[in-house]
Design a binder for this molecule. Structure first.
Ligand SMILES: NC(=O)c1ccc[n+]([C@@H]2O[C@H](COP(=O)([O-])OP(=O)(O)OC[C@H]3O[C@@H](n4cnc5c(N)ncnc54)[C@H](O)[C@@H]3O)[C@@H](O)[C@H]2O)c1
Length: 465
C-alpha cells in the first residue's frame, strides 16, 4: 500500500518537527498537521517562519521549504482525518492530576478523544500510528474503541514512538539512530508496518528501521527514557558525594565515560533533568509495574525520580546556605529557564522548582532566558499554585538583558546550559553585583578558575567549593 496522505493530530514539539521532516523528505506525500489549539496552528502558519511555536535549530528552514507545498497546518481535524490513509496521533499524554493513578499514570483522555474522532469521521480503512508516548498495551484500547465505534471499517494500529531530543530534533529526525515500528504480527498488521517502513525508508537506511510487535515497541519508548534519566540521576547522586570528598564529578565522568561499556553520553552532572518526558514516562513505568504487583520493579525506577527531586532541592538549599542561611529580600539572578539549551520548552524545568523554593524563602528573582517568553515563566510558576499570581509577578521579574538582570544581585545561578552564558563579560557582571558575589553553576559550563580570579565565589555541581 502506498501512502499519499498523512494526517497528524497534535502540532506540538513532536508533531510539528516530525511531520515537517517527513514532508521535506517525501515531497509526493501530502502531510497535514492538525490541532484544536487555534493559536498554535496560526503560529505554525505565520508568514515569518521565525515565529513558529517550536524553537529548534534548523526547523524554520525545513518548514519554509515544505509549508504550502506538501506540508499544511490546520484546525480542520475532521477533514484531515477523512483525507488520510495514515493518521499519526501525537497529542499530549501528561501525568494524571486527578482520580485513580493521580501523580503517576498517564492521562489518556486526549488519546481516547482522537480515537473516537477517527472512528466517527473515517469512511475508509485507516492505519493509526501511535506517535505519542503511551503505556504498554494502549494499542488494545485504541483498537477496542475504533472497532466498536468505527462502522465496520478496518483499523491497523501501529506504535512508532519518537526518540528525538528537543534541542537537536531536526538533526535527530533527519539522521535517527533507529526508527521503531511495532504492529500486529498478522498479514494485515505486517502490511501496515510495511507501509510505514516505506515512508521512513526514503531517507533512513533499512537496517536502522526496526520492526517489532506492538507491545515491545510501546514498552521500548518508556524503557529508553527510563535508562536515560537513570544515567542522569546516577551521576547526580555521585555529584553530591564529590562535593564532600574533593573528588571532581567532571573528572569522574571522564574517567568512567572512556570505558566503552559505559560510554561518555549522559554523564553530565546538573541541577537535575527536566522536560516533559523523563519524569512522566518513569512515573508511568512505575504505575504500570505496581498495577501488575511488581513492587520491586516499581521501587527501583521510582528512585530515579526521588534522586532528581533531591538534586533540584539540594541546589536551592546550597544557594541559601552560602548566602548566610537567608535569601529573604536578596536578589538572585537566574540565567536560563528552559529545561535545556536550544529549546524554548520549559516543561518540568529545574529552574521552576529552584525558583519556587527560593521564593518560599522570600528572595527576589530576576530571570533571563534567550528563548523563553515572559508569560511562559509566569505560567510555569502560577501552575505550581504555591502563591498568588500577583505575588509571583511581584517577587520574580523577567529581563531581556542578562547584564541588567545580574545587576545588584547577591548571586547568579545558571539553570540552563545555553552556550552564550560562557561568552559573557563576567568581569562586567561581577562589577555590577553586590559583594561577595556568588555564582552557582547548575550546569558546570563556566570556567571556575577564571571566575575565581575575577573575585567570584564559585559553587559548581559536583566539586568542592
Ligand atoms: N517533547 C518531546 O521531546 C517528546 C519526545 C518523544 C515523545 N514525546 C511524546 O509525544 C507526545 C506529544 O508530545 P509534545 O511534546 O509534542 O506535546 P505538546 O503538548 O507540545 O503537543 C500536543 C498537542 O496536541 C494537541 N491536542 C491534544 N488533544 C487534541 C485533539 N483531540 N485534537 C487535536 N489536537 C489535540 C494539543 O493542543 C497540543 O498542541 C507525548 O505523548 C510525549 O510524551 C515527546
Amino acid at each position: 500500500m502506498k501512502v499519499q496522505n498523512i494526517c497528524c493530530i497534535g502540532a506540538g514539539y513532536v508533531g510539528g518537527p516530525t511531520m515537517a521532516v517527513i514532508a521535506k523528505k517525501c515531497p509526493d506525500i501530502k502531510v497535514t498537521v492538525v490541532d484544536i489549539n487555534q493559536e498554535r496552528i496560526a503560529a505554525w502558519n505565520d508568514e515569518n517562519v521565525d515565529n513558529i511555536p517550536v524553537y529548534e535549530p534548523g526547523l524554520s528552514a525545513v518548514v519554509a521549504e515544505a509549508r504550502g507545498r506538501n506540508l499544511f497546518f490546520s484546525t480542520d481535524v475532521d477533514k484531515a482525518i477523512d483525507e488520510a490513509e495514515m493518521i499519526f496521533i501525537s497529542v499530549n499524554t501528561p501525568t494524571k492530576t486527578y482520580g485513580e493513578g493521580k501523580g503517576q499514570a498517564a492521562d489518556l483522555k486526549w488519546i481516547e478523544l482522537c480515537a473516537r474522532q477517527i472512528a466517527r469521521v473515517a469512511k475508509g480503512d485507516k492505519i493509526v500510528v501511535e506517535k505519542s508516548t503511551l503505556p504498554v498495551r494502549t494499542a488494545s484500547t485504541l483498537k477496542d474503541i475504533l472497532t466498536h465505534t468505527g462502522d465496520g471499517l478496518s483499523f491497523q494500529i501501529l506504535s512508532n514512538p519518537e526518540f528525538l531530543a528537543e534541542g537537536t530534533a531536526v538533526e535527530d529526525l533527519m539522521d535517527p539512530d533507529r526508527v521503531l515500528i511495532g504492529g500486529d504480527q498478522t498479514p494485515e498488521g505486517l502490511n501496515a508496518i510495511q507501509a510505514l517502513v516505506d515512508v521512513y525508508a526514503r531517507w533512513v537506511p533499512k537496517d536502522k528501521i526496526l520492526t517489532t510487535n506492538v507491545w515491545s515497541s510501546e514498552l521500548s519508548k518508556l524503557t529508553a527514557n527510563a535508562y536515560l534519566a537513570q544515567r542522569v540521576s546516577s551521576i547526580n547522586s555521585l555529584s553530591e558525594l564529590c562535593e564532600f570528598t574533593e573528588a571532581d564529578i567532571n573528572e569522574v565522568a571522564r574517567a568512567i565515560g572512556t570505558d566503552s561499556r559505559i560510554g561518555p553520553k549522559f554523564l553530565k552532572a546538573s541541577v537535575g533533568f527536566g522536560g516533559s518526558c523523563f519524569q512522566k514516562d518513569i512515573l508511568n513505568l512505575v504505575y504500570i509495574s505496581r498495577s501488575y504487583g511488581l513492587n520491586e520493579v516499581a521501587d527501583y525506577w521510582e528512585q530515579v525520580i526521588i534522586m532528581n527531586d533531591h538534586q533540584k532541592r539540594r541546589f536551592a538549599k546550597k544557594i541559601i546556605k552560602n548566602l548566610y542561611n537567608t535569601v529573604s529580600g536578596k536578589k538572585i539572578a537566574f540565567l536560563g529557564w528552559a529545561f535545556k539549551k536550544d529549546t524554548n520548552d520549559t516543561r518540568e524545568s529545574a529552574a521552576i522548582y529552584v525558583a519556587d523554593h527560593l521564593l518560599n524563602e522570600q528572595s527576589f528573582i530576576e530571570t533571563y532566558d534567550p528563548k523563553v517568553k515572559k508569560e511562559q515563566v509566569y505560567t510555569d510558576l502560577d501552575y505550581l499554585g504555591s502563591r498568588s499570581s500577583e505575588e509571583n509577578r511581584k517577587n520574580l521579574t523577567v529581563g531581556t538583558d542578562p547584564y541588567k538582570v545580574c545587576e545588584g544581585a547577591h548571586a547568579v545561578a545558571v539553570l540552563t546550559e545555553w552556550d552564550e552564558f560562557k561568552t559573557y563579560d563576567w568581569k562586567r557582571i561581577y562589577d555590577g553585583m553586590l559583594k561577595p558575589a556568588h555564582v552557582f553553576d547548575g550546569r558546570n559550563i563556566l570556567d571556575k578558575e577564571a571566575l575565581r580570579s575575577i573575585g567570584f565565589q564559585v559553587h559548581a555541581i559536583g566539586t568542592a567549593d
